[in-house]
Write a protein that binds this ligand. Sequence first.
Ligand SMILES: [Zn+2]
Length: 275
Amino acid sequence: MQSIPGTNADKSALKRSFQSGLRRVHMWCARRELPERMALYLHSLDPAEQPAVRAMLQWCRDHGRTFVDTDRYLAPDCPAGVVNVSFDDNHRGWHDALPVFEEFGVMVTFYMNTCVLRGSCSAEEMHRYYDLVEHHGRREPLTVGEIAEIHRAGHLIGAHTHSHLAMKKVPLEHARADLERNRAMLEEITGAKVSHFSYPFGVRRHFSPALGEMVRRMGFQSIAAATPGLLYKPRDPFWLQRTYWMLDKPVAWNAENLRVNGALWVKLTKLSPIG
Ligand SMILES: [Zn+2]
């Protein structure tokens, strides 16, 4: 079907075609061996997506990789050959998938928003939240009890702001209060310190050095970013560079994305090298 010039459909078709062209160019000129250390991140994990997450974990295993949690991944003495897995936002399916993570021996980091908790928010609030994070699958967040169980299963709970805030668009004090509220709620639910943080919307244009400094001063041990192509950067114990893994795409497509060294492109443009 052809889109009408100037419409949103037309613009998004143009954007998709630009992104796939960009990805092809980087596959051609910036493709490397798999990085020694890989941090993968995802969002939802609906029950129907469990086979795809299993395939991802099996692919890591087949490539001789060892799963490590975020504390270990960022440690200066962490060896090569490791994979770190994390999820952002707030999805009931994470809890459903606990047996899968146990089977593969993966300690995941879940960076959670707390503005929606199943059982204590309205259907309207849930829909508003999932519209904001552009999730169109199962629209159900975790309950307080499920978050506590995820923590008890040994996974790390990280902060992701209370309301999935576009932090750069608000005054620093507002951003700080929202993040502080998120951390306090998660610490109360789990009874443990929350030390890791991933910023909403993941790409550099949504964050700033001033916000980074604020997060550091708040006592967080790390900030997770989500711009692909930076897995080859020299390690920095405070910055976790992650590349997305899309469960609706083939394993091979995702694996190829991990091989792109996009550091120069990201430095020049602040854009993802693979769309
Ligand atoms: Zn998010």
